[in-house]
Design a protein around this ligand. Structure first.
Ligand code: SF4
Ligand code: SF4
Length: 473
């Protein structure tokens, strides 16, 4: 037998990192026939998925003051969070929210690895807890699915495939509609579905397009979303460290692995009986015994599978379990590391800024600016005026009539052009113009700072500063 050098052995052991588990040598897709998991984690994830589905379906129908709880209307640049409307002008709040969310994800991942992927990621939940369960129900467990796919087109195969494809498409159609309720709201979706086709070509095309995308993802693309497309999955190598909690194989306990054979001594072996069940249940087709891998979605199926085997061979459970790399190497408990402390401080600061911005956010926002290209106008012998343009957003659900008051100069007055107020419809933007007229005796400088209060029903809803230009140098 050829003597292998140390680096050859290292290369051979690590060679799994050079290829994708779901792609063969010719570069073709290797279909993953994952065996149906069973065990305490799978049961717990099933209950969590029911809660997830209930929340996902209910959320678009929960209204606060006539507005949905959440809506992300990218088309109309109208975003609603917790019943509060956000306009493009509020995008810095969105920006801070996104940064806070990213820091939270980084902190959470540094501590708990990909727990999110396994338990609450919509892709994993829909794939593993909905579509794959339908597949098991129609086609049976992994071996039966493989046999069915390799068999000739009998009437039984046609019936099973038709049923599966039909249910998958109807489910994808439902998900597509649900997805749209988060974008355009359920009322608009209802109008699209019930209105004349000719008036809703774009909306109906959107529903059809999303249905086909979801159908393609769950019938064919599947785990590739997590292993090839998902950016979060690909960031794991920089987010995780040796103190992060991951689904891990206890190699100190498990190695050297070996199959159980009658009459052979087992004292010189580890606890892994090399049954391969942890690999057979894996929906991304990897072997967790090779260590933490980018493809692992922390779905816990291999924990359940291995626990089942450990019970059968009378060994303690947990050969595959939630643990950190240091936990396995040095029997350490999960630690709150310096890196996590730093992320926590950044997260607390960002959350504080975000809370301040949301609480200090006004229902009426916008600008008051001097009209372009105009200097000032003489009003009789003793007064001067400046013309201003007003652009305001009404973020409330009521129509408002707004008027304006000079807050820092007593003798001045405001004359709105075209009426006594500026009217802005609910959840809309509006514009108007007014003159500020000041007696010449209060104009001491060429440029005077004005503070203008914006009022609705005699209640100040915002205050803006602007400049008044006068004739004095
Ligand atoms: S290795 Fe285990 S936890 Fe990771 S994806 Fe495969 S079965 Fe799920
Ligand atoms: S299920 Fe457990 S015992 Fe079986 S191969 Fe995997 S790690 Fe080893």
């Amino acid at each position: 037998m050829k003597n292998l050098k140390e680096e050859d052995i290292y290369e051979a052991e690590d060679s799994f990192r050079d290829k994708l588990a779901t792609v063969d040598k010719e570069g073709k897709r290797k279909w993953v026939y994952a065996s149906k998991p069973k065990g305490r984690f799978y049961n717990a994830r099933t209950y969590v998925s029911w809660l997830f589905f209930a929340i996902l379906v209910a959320l678009p129908f929960i209204m606060i003051n006539g507005r949905p709880l959440f809506m992300f209307n990218i088309i109309k640049a109208r975003f609603i969070l917790f019943g509060q409307i956000f306009w493009p002008q509020d995008f810095f709040i969105f920006g801070i929210t996104m940064i806070t969310f990213v820091v939270f994800i980084v902190l959470f991942t540094a501590a708990f690895g990909r727990v999110f992927c396994g338990w609450v990621c919509p892709q994993t939940i829909f794939m593993e807890m909905f579509f794959r369960k339908i597949e098991y129900w129609i086609e049976g467990d992994a071996n039966k699915q493989r046999m069915l796919n390799n068999s000739a087109w009998t009437s039984e195969k046609i019936a099973k495939k038709s049923l599966k494809y039909g249910i998958f498409y109807l489910s994808a159609f439902f998900i597509s509609n649900l997805f749209l309720t988060y974008i355009i709201g359920y009322q608009e979706l209802y109008e699209i579905i019930t209105g004349p086709v000719s008036e809703h070509i774009a909306g109906l095309s959107g529903i059809l397009l999303f249905s086909l995308i979801f159908f393609f993802v769950y019938i064919y693309f599947r785990e590739q979303v997590c292993t090839v497309i998902c950016p979060y999955g690909r960031l794991q190598s920089v987010l995780l460290d040796s103190n992060s909690m991951v689904v891990a194989y206890d190699y100190k306990r498990g190695e050297p692995r070996g199959k159980l054979k009658k009459g052979e001594p087992v004292n010189d072996r580890g606890d892994c009986v090399d049954c391969g069940l942890c690999v057979r249940v894996c929906p991304t087709g990897i072997d967790i015994r090779n260590g933490t891998q980018m493809e692992c979605t922390a779905c816990t199926a291999c924990i359940d599978a291995c626990d089942e085997i450990m019970v059968k061979v009378d060994k303690p459970k947990g050969l595959v379990r939630y643990a950190s790399e240091n936990g396995i190497l040095n029997n350490e408990k999960l630690r709150y590391t310096g890196r996590m402390k730093f992320y926590s401080i950044v997260l607390i600061l960002l959350a504080g800024i975000l809370t301040f911005l949301i609480l200090s956010r006004k229902d009426i926002s916008g600008t008051i600016m001097r009209a372009e290209g105009m200097l000032f106008q003489e009003r009789g012998l003793d007064s001067t005026s400046n013309l201003y343009t007003v652009k305001l957003s009404n973020k409330t659900s009521a129509d408002l009539s707004l008027n304006f008051k000079l807050e820092n100069i007593e003798n001045g007055r405001i004359q709105i052009i075209g009426g006594s107020t500026i009217k802005i419809k609910a959840e809309s933007q509006g514009a108007g113009s007014f003159f500020v007229i000041l007696p010449n005796e209060v104009i001491k400088k060429r440029s005077t700072i004005l503070k203008i209060g914006i009022y609705h029903d005699n209640i100040q809803v915002n205050k803006k500063s602007t400049k008044f230009l006068g004739p004095i140098n």
